[in-house]
Design a protein around this ligand. Structure first.
Ligand SMILES: C[S@@+](CC[C@H](N)C(=O)[O-])C[C@H]1O[C@@H](n2cnc3c(N)ncnc32)[C@H](O)[C@@H]1O
Length: 282
């Protein structure tokens, strides 16, 4: 066991070196429930080559590399440069040497045919530009009988919120905006049956689909709309559904409705159903 780097890492952590402390505080809360299901679903084998598509800040890529040990290798692919740099910094600080990070899109992977024994994507495939093209690329770079494990949230994500959103649009007769809201939900969230079909069509046998759910509870609508992650990831597409000049007033009204609902129900409880799918390359 070569633990000198890990001992140095621990002593730098214990002395409170900010960079090292930051590298241990790594997991985006949103990603965690999806990733825990994914980590349970993968089968680790000695010396295997793994690909993480849309690896973001390095989860679950760095965890997989650490669980696999130095004989295997994990490659992370993501088009977003700051995420690649952050993942590289974490890997280097933690002394994880069996990872390789590449900036690029999964629609055109810079890999040879049949390169990988395992391909994972934690909330990644549902965020690419062209999912058919990406799945064809997965089939090309997967070795025969390679495992594919992916997670994605399902159409009923935050459904209570979307019902309130739609009700308010209906009250105001905003038909085009209702259609835009449906298109937004459908573009981001496929059903289990749709994922199964796409993945089968690309050349993988789907073995298992596990559906799970977690709940994000907020005090009320005001807290929801001020939450930093909601601002970052959800609010911009929600706002874009409405004409710019009407959005502020509409969301202030929706906030009031959500606050009333939260009072009646003892909080605003938003469910996030998701799937974890396990498939094998034919
Ligand atoms: C919701 S994040 C998930 C990140 C990480 N896997 C996690 O679980 O925290 C989606 C990631 O997909 C990446 N992404 C977007 N388009 C992509 C593409 N065409 N090919 C590969 N990754 C892409 C984004 O840059 C982002 O890092």
């Amino acid at each position: 066991m070569n633990s000198s780097h890990q001992e140095l890492f621990r002593s730098r952590f214990e002395s409170g070196e900010p960079q090292v402390v930051a590298a241990t505080d790594e997991l985006p809360l949103w990603s965690a429930p999806f990733g825990l299901a994914l980590l349970e679903m993968v089968k680790l084998l000695p010396g295997m080559k793994v690909l993480d598509l849309g690896c973001g800040f390095g989860f679950p890529m760095l965890e997989l590399a650490s669980r696999l040990g130095p004989r295997g290798e994990v490659t992370g692919l993501d088009p977003w440069k700051p995420a690649i740099e952050r993942s590289e910094a974490k890997a280097s600080l933690r002394g994880i040497t069996n990872v390789r990070l590449l900036q690029g899109e999964a629609e055109a992977m810079p890999f040879e045919h049949q390169s990988f024994d395992l391909i994972v994507s934690n909330n990644g495939l549902n965020n690419v530009r062209d999912v058919d093209q990406v799945l064809n690329e997965c089939a090309r770079v997967a070795k025969p009988r390679a495992q594919l494990v992916m997670t994605a949230n399902l159409p009923k994500t935050f459904s209570l919120f979307y019902e309130m959103f739609e009700m308010l649009l209906e009250d105001r007769g905003m038909k085009a905006e209702i259609e835009a809201l449906h298109r937004h939900i459908q573009s981001k969230r496929k059903t289990s049956a749709e994922w199964r079909e796409l993945i089968d069509k690309a050349g993988f046998d789907v073995r298992k689909v596990r559906e799970e759910s977690f709940t994000w509870s907020f005090l009320n609508g005001t807290a929801l709309f001020q939450h930093w992650f909601i601002h970052l990831a959800f609010l911009p597409p929600w706002m874009s559904i409405l004409p710019k000049d009407q959005a502020p007033e509409f969301f202030a009204f929706l906030e009031g409705r959500l606050n009333r609902l939260a009072l009646e129900r003892g909080g605003l409880h938003l469910d996030v159903p998701f799937l974890c799918l396990d498939a094998l390359r034919r």
